[in-house]
Design a protein around this ligand. Structure first.
Ligand code: GAR
Length: 206
């Protein structure tokens, strides 16, 4: 079985949805470690309660030392079996840009979730961007992480309607509910080896 490492910085609701789905939906992957770059991340308590090993690698002294920081994270991942041969790394509200070193080393083994229908509205405040641009639909995307910002191959997306009365807050809530469905779905596809990459296109096997 492959080993899963999840990187968080805060609330950890996507992490929670993945961990719960692994148990409930019998996703064949072992949740091996949850790593936070912030000691006070709420998600740490949730992971601990769900019986998953947690680790804090504080990033406050590593502002412009991305590779140096990532090497510490990689060391922790490897120690827990999340290797380049047998690991999956999920970024779940991990508020750091990861280094090209990390991305190359775990090529096509790092996933992220974004609260918009990429390639629309990458970067920060995606839900606000959708509202401000008058989008009629938005949603969320699980994608492989490449060296750009939210630019890697798309694995799963889910759509929500933007209504006249939606605010950034209500749209974020609607999108988050969909995030909690599609992130576990993408982990399941990866764990069952149903994802094929062909250039920038992801094909899902039956
Ligand atoms: C989620 O909405 C996720 O899509 C977003 O941060 C939130 C984390 O919430 N990520 C990004 O915007 C990445 N570009 P969580 O900690 O409750 O999972």
């Amino acid at each position: 079985m492959q080993n899963l490492g999840i990187l968080i910085s805060g609330r950890g609701s996507n992490m929670e949805s993945i961990l719960k789905a692994i148990k409930k939906q019998k996703i064949p992957i072992k949740p091996s470690i949850v790593i936070s770059n912030k000691a006070n991340a709420k998600g740490l308590k949730i992971a601990d309660r769900l019986g998953v090993k947690i680790s804090v690698i504080d990033s406050k002294d590593y502002k412009n030392k991305r590779t140096e920081y990532d090497k510490k994270v990689i060391h922790e991942l490897e120690k827990n079996g999340v290797t380049v041969k047998n690991g999956l790394v999920c970024l779940a509200g991990f508020m750091r840009i990861i280094s090209p070193y990390f991305i190359k080393k775990y090529k096509n083994r790092i996933l992220n979730i974004h609260p918009a229908l990429l390639p629309a509205y990458p970067g920060l405040n995606a839900q606000k961007q959708a509202i401000q641009n008058g989008a009629k639909f938005s949603g969320c995307t699980v994608h492989f992480v490449d060296e750009g910002v939210d630019s890697g191959p798309i694995i799963v997306q889910s759509v929500v309607k933007v209504t006249n009365n939606d605010t950034e807050k209500t749209l974020s809530e609607k999108i988050l509910a969909k995030e909690h469905k599609i992130y576990p779905e993408a982990v399941n596809l990866f764990a069952r080896k149903k994802i094929r990459l062909s250039g920038r296109r992801v094909k899902i096997l039956d």
